[in-house]
Design a binder for this molecule. Structure first.
Ligand code: JBQ
Length: 244
């Protein structure tokens, strides 16, 4: 790769491209974007519609509530993204409540991707053949991913969450690499990850509440030990019994 080429490319396709674009601009991602380390495009899915009303969905076969996004439209959008890309492998992310849960491990895997395409669909989803078709293509990896078990109306907010988690792991995006290593989820298996210990700053007393003595002691060993205990305690409390 030539040094003037970006190593990471993300294309987001959505019926709300302005929402996606502005949310990305106003974040850490926007800085990485400006720096030329990554390139992000947010594209209007309706640009691939054929009719005057720019229809992208239709009623579900078999009946039922809601609409399903048409495979024809999505096929054209994804193929266009590939056409403009020089990457050998394309990682297609389909945010869906029926997908595997998004984890730090998945974010790390995707941070090594050359070209990510995110297909944001509405809640009822995209015709299942889109996932099936691209899974059968040798130059594609398809990831059907959910950010959690709750209801949101479309894949856009899920895509933003995933982009933020993925992009900050790309080398050079965060100024200080130490800040990555310290975080509980980073470089640990999900199984072993401990939650953060509580943090304090000045003033030493605020509304009658003090700061744990040990943190004012200057004993770095004891402080590390105390923080590890608080992390384990918190993990046990909010996530149930932990390994050990
Ligand atoms: C999910 F990814 C999506 C897309 C649409 C709705 C969703 N609801 C819950 N979690 O991440 C999701």
């Amino acid at each position: 790769m030539k040094s003037n080429e970006v190593a990471h490319h993300i294309d987001v396709y959505s019926i709300f491209p302005d929402y996606v674009h502005s949310a990305l601009q106003n974040s850490l991602i926007g800085k990485a974007w400006q720096s030329g380390l990554i390139e992000i495009g947010s594209h209007d899915l309706r640009g691939f519609a054929k009719d005057l009303h720019r229809t992208v969905d239709d009623t579900p076969y078999g009946g039922g509530a809601g609409m399903v996004m048409m495979p024809t439209i999505w096929g054209e959008a994804i193929d266009q993204s590939v056409e403009f890309s020089k990457a050998k492998i394309h990682d297609l992310i389909i945010p869906t409540p029926a997908g595997e849960l998004f984890t730090q491990k998945k974010a790390e895997e995707l941070s090594r991707a050359e070209h990510i395409i995110i297909a944001c669909g509405r809640y009822e989803g995209i015709d299942a053949r889109v996932s099936e078709y691209y899974q059968s293509q040798p130059n594609f990896r398809v990831h059907e991913i959910s950010i959690g078990d709750y209801v949101i109306n479309g894949g856009e907010a899920a895509a933003l969450v995933m982009i933020e988690a993925i992009v900050r792991l790309i080398p050079g995006v965060i100024g200080n690499p130490d800040s990555l290593l310290e975080e509980s989820h980073t470089l640990l298996d999900d199984e072993e990850a401990l939650l953060e210990y509580p943090s304090y700053t000045k003033p030493a007393i605020w509304r009658g509440l003090g700061v744990p003595e040990i943190l004012l002691s200057g004993h770095h060993g004891k402080i590390a030990q105390w923080r590890l205990e608080r992390s384990k305690e918190r993990t046990r409390k909010v996530r149930g019994l932990t390994r050990e």
